[in-house]
Design a protein around this ligand. Structure first.
Ligand SMILES: C[S@@+](CC[C@H](N)C(=O)[O-])C[C@H]1O[C@@H](n2cnc3c(N)ncnc32)[C@H](O)[C@@H]1O
Length: 655
């Protein structure tokens, strides 16, 4: 297990804030566990992308996110997908590709007639760029020649993108930028998608390659690395460009993205089309450089003054007329001549002339002249001391170039002495300084512009990727919506189907209510007590007469076993006839019982039991009708009692 980096490492001390240190720790963790080195990526964009993941997984800082990664290794895929932006398309920036097709590739083929060609698409994402190159070369060479001569190496750090690239299967939207005639020629339709021709695809070799850490592919004729460099900081860009310089053959072509430049490598590459970011690698220039240095060394001013015979005074006056200071020293170090300007500038008097130079201040200030003169007389060649500072009387700084040259008699090659000429280069120096300053400012402004441009471009790509994500979400929502809509319609139709059933049910319910009420009124109106029991002899119906007779309401007895009711009825005697009826062995049974109800009234009643039968003759209960029998008047004979007016024991006249 990779150990978390310690916060005591020197990089993280000093003015580093806690979030910065946490981000460093997270990046070190990613490098240590997964081999992805994001430290060279532009921080602003990187932070934005990582924050997106923080929001998605619901943590608020890098430290918690690191914990989350440790517990949920599947999150690595989400993180890398977010950081490595794969936005791409066929013929991206069509105008640049037109130029490549019409100018760059024909020129390359003209230089390499009949030879093998190696092309590298670095940061190829899902392969659109590599197949664009394949189409362009196949168009220029014809398919057969292409297959024999061209190899396209397409690399990326993102395995996920590479596996899509290898499939070479694209949706209609993805191939929208491929010109129709090329689409027809180089793709085969496959269930609504388009797949790049297999025979050509074999010459496009995809592989994982990290531009920061892996050795470059070598002997490349054309290197296309578009919209990838801009994700790296300047230092990393410079490192990668050095590798590209190594990867390319002399005069090989480098094709960058719209926002990318060769800021740090202008001496290795020459622009072919600056606007479209197409350059060529300059051939190795070691030899010419040496020659140029030699040439530069030889540009020293060798205009040795030649002494000519003539009028000495005239020569002297002529020397005085020269506006720059001049000195002449003989082989013994005696100052022979100091012109007017030299005398004025360095405070030399006429008395100093013909005296030893070494006695004068000019021999060591502003520059050590004595050793320069020694060198010139020994080596017999001129020496130039450049930009020697000499403050003027007003305190303003001046710069002088000091040319010291040997004076040799051409007739016998005898060294006569040395001449010293001073040239005031202050104006040029100031101009140069201003120019350098302006250049520096320009460079800074350019760098800022470049970085803003790259930032803009990366933000643009981030936006594009967000738009793509939103479009997918939108499509998903749309499909969910459609699904909901269909479910809604299905429900509506089911509802419509249920409506008549509902009506029918309601009608039946009403009918049932009516029948129930009717049954209830029959049961209520019956003179006798009616009790209906189920097959387990539990009470189902207990009419009003039964309530009056036995002193218990229907609610008190419903569901209870009739034989267990404590109503004063000797139910024991009912058990057998009820069972016979329930068992189907009897169609009816009648029992005379004497009872004393709950109110203490003595009752004599006849209980008639009939089975409760369904239309299909199934017995599922029994009906018990209990009729109270009149008790004969006192004194009447047993037989006479039946004939006498029946009187119930409660004194009411029986009906
Ligand atoms: C925006 S895409 C550019 C795709 C294509 N070149 C174009 O211009 O359409 C950037 C690609 O660079 C890749 N990339 C990022 N860092 C990389 C690295 N260190 N080495 C190689 N590829 C890298 C990403 O995976 C991504 O596929």
């Amino acid at each position: 297990m990779f150990a978390r980096p310690s916060f005591e490492t020197p990089r993280l001390t000093g003015n580093v804030t806690k979030p910065e240190a946490d981000l460093e720790a997270l990046l070190a963790y990613l490098k240590g566990t997964r081999g992805f080195d994001f430290t060279g990526y532009k921080r602003a964009s990187l932070e934005r992308r990582i924050h997106k993941r923080l929001e998605t997984v619901g943590v608020s800082n890098y430290d918690d996110y690191l914990d989350f990664l440790e517990v949920h290794p599947e999150e690595f895929a989400g993180l890398f997908n977010t950081v490595l932006i794969n936005v791409t398309s066929f013929f991206r920036d069509a105008q640049s590709w037109d130029h490549v097709r019409e100018v760059v590739v024909p020129a390359l083929l003209a230089r390499r007639v009949g030879q093998q060609l190696r092309v590298w698409s670095a940061g190829c994402a899902s392969g659109e760029e590599a197949y664009t190159l394949a189409m362009i070369f196949a168009e220029a060479l014809g398919s057969e020649d292409f297959k024999e001569r061209v190899k396209i190496y397409a690399t990326d750090i993102d395995d996920h993108a590479l596996s899509k690239a290898r499939q070479a299967l694209y949706t209609e939207r993805e191939v929208a930028e491929v010109p129709p005639e090329m689409l027809a020629k180089y793709f085969e339709a496959n269930e609504g998608r388009y797949i790049f021709r297999k025979d050509l695809r074999r010459h496009v070799i995809f592989g994982r390659h990290d531009l920061i850490q892996d050795a470059p592919i070598s002997r490349v004729d054309m290197l296309v690395c578009r919209n990838t460099l801009m994700y790296f900081n300047a230092e990393t860009q410079a490192r990668i460009l050095s590798r590209f310089q190594f990867a390319l053959n002399d005069n090989g072509v480098l094709f960058l993205g719209r926002a990318e430049t060769l800021m740090t490598h202008t001496s290795d590459f020459a622009p072919l089309d600056l606007k479209r970011r197409i350059s060529t690698k300059l051939p190795s220039r070691t030899g010419t450089l040496r020659e140029r240095l030699l040439a530069a060394a030889n540009t020293g001013n060798g205009n040795a003054a030649k002494s000519e015979g003539g009028h000495a005074r005239m020569r002297e006056l002529a020397m005085d007329g020269i506006p720059s200071p001049h000195l002449l020293v003989d082989a013994n170090g005696i100052l022979i001549l100091a012109n007017e300007r030299a005398r004025a500038l360095f405070g030399i008097t006429q008395n100093d002339v013909l005296g030893p130079l070494q006695d004068l201040k000019i021999s060591y200030r502003p520059v050590e002249l004595r050793s320069a003169i020694d060198q010139v007389t020994t080596e017999r060649r001129p020496v130039v001391l450049r930009e020697i500072e000499w403050p003027s009387l007003t305190g303003e700084m001046r710069w002088l170039d000091v040319h010291v040259f040997p004076v040799v008699d051409p007739s016998d090659a005898v060294l006569l002495g040395a001449g010293v000429a001073f040239t005031d280069v202050s104006a040029a120096k100031r101009f140069q300084r201003d120019l350098e300053h302006a250049n520096q400012e320009l460079e800074t402004a350019y760098e800022e512009l470049q970085s803003t441009n790259e930032e803009l471009e990366t933000t643009n790509e981030e936006l594009q990727s967000t738009i793509e994500e939103l479009e997918t979400t939108n499509e998903e929502l749309q499909s969910t919506n459609e699904e909901l809509e269909t479910m809604n319609e299905e429900l509506q139709s089911t509802n419509e189907e249920l409506q008549p059933m509902n009506d029918e049910l309601r009608q039946r319910g009403e009918e049932l209510n009516r029948v129930n009420a009717f049954l209830q009124s029959i049961l209520t109106s019956l003179r006798g007590a009616v009790v209906v029991v189920d097959s387990e002899i539990k009470v189902l119906i207990w009419n009003r007469a039964a309530s009056e007779l036995w002193g218990l309401r229907q609610e008190e007895v419903r569901g209870k076993n009739l034989l267990g009711l404590d109503i004063g009825l000797p139910t024991e005697r009912l058990k057998a006839p009820i069972r016979s009826c329930l068992g189907g062995s009897k169609k009816n049974a009648s029992v005379m019982l004497e009872a004393t109800n709950r109110r203490g009234r003595h009752i004599s009643c006849e209980v008639t039991i009939t089975p409760l039968v369904t239309p299909d003759e199934t017995i599922h209960g029994a009906i018990l009708v209990m009729e109270e029998q009149e008790i004969p008047q006192q004194g009447a004979s047993r037989d006479g009692a039946r004939a006498a007016t029946p009187v119930r024991q409660d004194g009411k006249r029986a009906r």
